[in-house]
Write a protein that binds this ligand. Structure first.
Ligand SMILES: Cc1ncc(COP(=O)(O)O)c(C=O)c1O
Length: 358
């Protein structure tokens, strides 16, 4: 007898993470393997985080975490000049994406996002039974005009990945203001800013000050990227107190573990680490651009710690050939691959490998 799986899950594929280093080592018998596939921080995390981890790793294992993430909440509220009840925490910002879809989408609603963009929107939206309305990128960035034109009276949530994963492009401050101004305030707009720290400055929008004017905004940030805490799983959403009070109704009681909370607090105390990460990432991007130019490989200038590259090979071929040289990148479709910016040594290894395979 078939089990009663919900129909919507027939159209959803499991999330495919970047291939783990250990798998490649085992499959190919390589010892020296680097992973430039999941946009993690190649510089690790703050040494302060490591010290606090060593002192506290086992101290509260038998005790549930603080379900309210009080210390982290208060610290972030102070940092951003907001009320503590404007923050929702998740086991990564990934989890908050799921909460948002569950909170706002009914089966016959519609939700709009770009393609290609972060794939979890797709899973989160489709699992509610709502219709996913996907709008192709224009010049590798969000086509806000087309997204606006796709709005119907069934549209409940619009997702903007800014900067966009996998292309690394941004919606600028001007474009964002114009877009928000022209969207009805009863449509929820999610601004996924997982790579905020890398994009900050120039014409990248500072969106937290916009919350007062646009109570339909939810801003997502994470400790997984510039702070280097990906394995701990901690991210947060910033929104009106009302939206947060609803999101909290879906959030499992102890979803962010004690260590993640404690180390996120510590990470916030080491801005030098983040600044250094950004500086080295930008240097790494320049090194990669120069090599791509020399190799005649088209790429898109990035506001993140990864770069969207069009190789002369198919994405699959490029992935396999680089893997044999001990480098894991992320293949997408056609000739497009996404490469995370590594340390200087890793970037040089990648460039040498590209020279070898092309
Ligand atoms: C655009 C974007 N949003 C959200 C996430 C989720 O990050 P996390 O769940 O680690 O906070 C990622 C991770 O790669 C991402 O690229």
């Amino acid at each position: 007898m078939p089990l009663p799986y919900r129909e919507v899950f027939k159209d959803i594929s499991p999330y495919v993470p970047g291939k783990p280093i250990a798998d490649v080592q085992k499959e190919l018998g390589l010892t020296d393997v680097i992973k430039l596939a999941s946009n993690e921080n190649p510089f690790g995390c703050s040494s302060k985080v490591i010290d606090v981890f060593k002192e506290n790793a086992m101290s509260e294992v038998a005790i549930y975490p603080d379900g309210n993430a009080t210390v982290l909440r208060e610290k972030l509220a102070k940092k951003h000049g907001l009320k503590p009840d404007q923050f929702i925490f998740g086991a990564g910002s990934n989890e908050i994406i799921t909460f948002i879809a569950q909170l706002f989408l009914n089966a016959d609603d519609e939700s709009i996002y770009a393609t290609p963009s972060f794939t979890w929107y797709d899973t989160a939206v489709k699992s509610t039974g709502a219709k996913a309305v996907t709008i192709p990128l224009k010049d590798y960035t969000h086509d806000l005009e087309a997204m606006k034109n796709a709005i119907t009276d069934k549209t409940k949530v619009i997702w903007i990945c800014n900067p966009n994963n996998p292309t690394g492009t941004i919606v600028t401050s001007e474009q964002m203001k114009d877009f928000l101004e022209n969207i009805s305030k009863d449509i929820v707009i999610v601004l996924d800013e997982a790579y905020y720290e890398y994009a900050q400055g120039d014409n990248y929008p500072e969106t937290i000050p916009l919350l007062d004017k646009y109570p339909n905004l939810i801003i997502l940030r994470t400790f997984s990227k510039a702070y280097g805490l990906a394995s701990l799983r901690v991210g947060y959403g910033v929104a009106s107190s009302e939206v947060v009070s609803y999101l909290n109704r879906i959030r499992p009681p102890f979803n962010v573990n004690s260590l993640a909370q404690m180390l996120a607090v510590t990470a916030l105390d080491d801005q030098d680490f983040v600044d250094n990460t950004i500086k080295k990432t930008k240097e790494g991007l320049e090194l990669l651009y120069k090599a791509f130019d020399e190799l005649n490989i088209p790429y898109v200038k990035s506001y993140t710690n990864f770069v969207w590259v069009e190789t002369p090979l198919t994405a699959k071929e490029a992935f396999e050939k680089l893997m044999k040289k001990g480098i894991i990148i992320r293949p997408f479709f056609e000739n497009w691959i996404r490469i995370t910016v590594g340390t200087k040594e890793q970037n040089i290894k990648l460039i040498d490998a590209l020279k070898g395979i092309l």
